[in-house]
Design a protein around this ligand. Structure first.
Ligand code: FES
Length: 69
């Protein structure tokens, strides 16, 4: 599905340790990772320095709300 330009957010690196982009996290949420633990297992986020944990949780909440998953 093509999103309108207003809905699109610029992609950016969320987890520097594991080299994970925001779009990868959103995709994983769509694919069924609905909590931090499963995102961490799928992508490795939060398994290094932990500084991305709050950001990942924010993206998780935002994506779940927006997509009504
Ligand atoms: S930035 Fe994600 S674990 Fe370090």
């Amino acid at each position: 599905m093509i999103k309108s330009p207003l809905e699109q957010k610029p992609d950016y690196l969320v987890c520097i340790c594991m080299d994970v982009m925001r779009s990868q996290i959103e995709q994983a949420i769509q694919d069924g990772c609905h909590d931090f633990k499963s995102l961490s297992q799928a992508l490795g986020v939060g398994t290094g320095c932990n500084s991305c944990v709050a950001e990942v949780q924010e993206i998780l909440l935002e994506t779940l709300e927006n997509k009504n998953i």
